[in-house]
Design a protein around this ligand. Structure first.
Ligand code: URA
Length: 425
């Protein structure tokens, strides 16, 4: 079977496997699944279908990355990658663009004037060896097998297969030449896999495949019922990321950054345990070192780092002070403690304002989005604003209607819970 899988992947890239043969094989895997060993073989063959980053022996044990299955307001990568670098790790982070209700790291970074996410393999290697972090897009040279397989999965309705998702995600991360990996697998109404048991199954499969390939991997299972942090929309999320890099971020975002960073510092032996690692990340956010590393990365990738120097220049630089950008406040009709904010409704509203793509190739408006004035557990009085929408021109009535009922208040005090449900090793 192993040899057959390797030959199949070879046929995917050299064109000797026809579309019909590939479609038939994908349907078989979709229906029957794949054993753990075959999933590892498939993932390794996909990784080896293109270039694989190689690192010198003095840093190879320190090369790490994270992957999230995607969420609303999920800007963990923007904060975590520079924080890890400031703690001594090396982060060649290759990310994607947003599609549907989830945002993409590349779109967020491109809100910074001049920031380029295009870089060849030698550029990534040089920047990671130098300042410890690069955040870039996928090049054609990495995992070419995934492009053809994913396109075929899309048209044959075989995307939602755990072994196929696993090999697609892990092969791309493995091509970065990682020593350790942390995965943020989300469940809840705005997650890629809303049902917790499906997300658990995916987390287990991802961890087993990546560990099976020699990458020390953990997965954090996290709730995606409410938006993460308070900012949703590309520029607004960069603003909140900078706040978090300066130790002024929302607690839920800071917790995810510290825990995921702590797990990677533990896995690479730079921290004695994950709590000690989480403290190192926390310190880097509060002593300015993570922000400094972010600034260096922005500069190295052609971004205008001077916009980061003050709140006013940052908001201007991100286009959040433009005369054509309007704001609309939504106020509460009643008083109470915030029990729930529907991440899917907020994401759909932001999509309606132009913050994301419904189809690959759609143009994204990086300035529009929303800021939540409250999070779960906060007290809200009658007439107090709970959300501000950033939009162009007149506010769209359909967007406003879609937000009706998206916040739930309780008469009883609400204690916010950690988003982390479980950690898989
Ligand atoms: N993300 C990927 O990269 N691949 C999948 O198959 C699903 C999500």
């Amino acid at each position: 079977m192993s040899e057959a899988i390797r030959r199949l992947v070879q046929g995917v890239v050299d064109g000797s496997l026809s579309d019909d043969e590939l479609a038939e094989w994908l349907r078989d895997v979709f229906d029957e699944g794949l054993s753990e060993q075959d999933t590892v073989t498939l993932t390794e063959a996909m990784r080896d279908s293109g270039d694989v980053l190689e690192w010198s022996s003095d840093i190879s044990d320190l090369v790490v990355d994270k992957h999230s299955t995607g969420g609303v307001g999920d800007k963990v990568s923007l904060v975590l990658a520079p924080a890890l670098a400031s703690c001594g790790l090396k982060v060649p982070m290759i990310s994607g663009r947003g599609l549907g209700h989830t945002g993409g790291t590349l779109d967020k970074l491109e809100s910074i004037p001049g920031f380029s996410v295009e870089m060849g393999i030698s550029g990534i290697r040089e920047q990671v060896e130098g300042i410890g972090v690069a955040m870039v897009g996928q090049s054609d040279a990495l995992v070419p097998a995934d492009r053809r397989m994913y396109a075929m999965r899309d048209v044959t309705g075989t995307v939602a297969s755990i072994p196929l998702i696993t090999s697609s995600i892990v092969s791309k991360k493995a091509a970065e030449g990682l020593s350790a990996l942390v995965l943020d697998v989300k469940f809840g109404r705005a997650a890629f896999m809303p049902e917790r048991e499906h997300a658990e199954e995916l987390a287990r499969s991802l961890v087993d495949a990546a560990n099976g390939m020699g990458i020390a991997t953990t997965a954090v299972l996290t709730s995606m019922e409410q938006p993460l942090g308070c900012a949703i929309g590309n520029s607004l999320e960069v603003l909140e990321s900078v706040e978090t890099l300066c130790g002024r971020g929302p607690e839920d975002l800071e917790e995810l950054v510290c825990v995921q960073g702590g797990l990677l510092l533990q896995a690479t032996g730079l921290a004695a345990g994950f709590e000690a690692g989480a403290v190192m990340i926390h310190d880097s956010l509060h002593d300015g070192s993570a922000f400094q590393r972010f600034r260096e990365m922005v500069q190295a990738q052609g971004g205008d780092a001077s916009v980061l120097d003050s709140d006013a220049s940052l908001t201007r630089g991100l286009g959040l002070m433009g005369p054509e950008l309007n704001t609309t406040e939504l106020s509460s009709g009643s008083a109470g403690w915030v029990e729930d904010i529907d991440a899917m409704a907020i994401a759909t509203a932001c999509l309606g304002l132009g913050a994301g793509r419904t189809r690959l190739g759609d143009i994204v408006d990086r300035a529009v989005g929303a800021i939540l004035e409250v999070q779960v557990g906060d007290r809200l009085e009658v007439g107090e604003p709970w959300m501000v929408l950033y939009h162009r021109g007149e506010m769209d009535r359909g967007v406003l209607e879609g937000l009706l009922g998206s916040i739930t208040l309780s008469d009883e005090e609400v204690v916010p819970k950690s988003r982390i449900a479980e950690v898989f090793e």
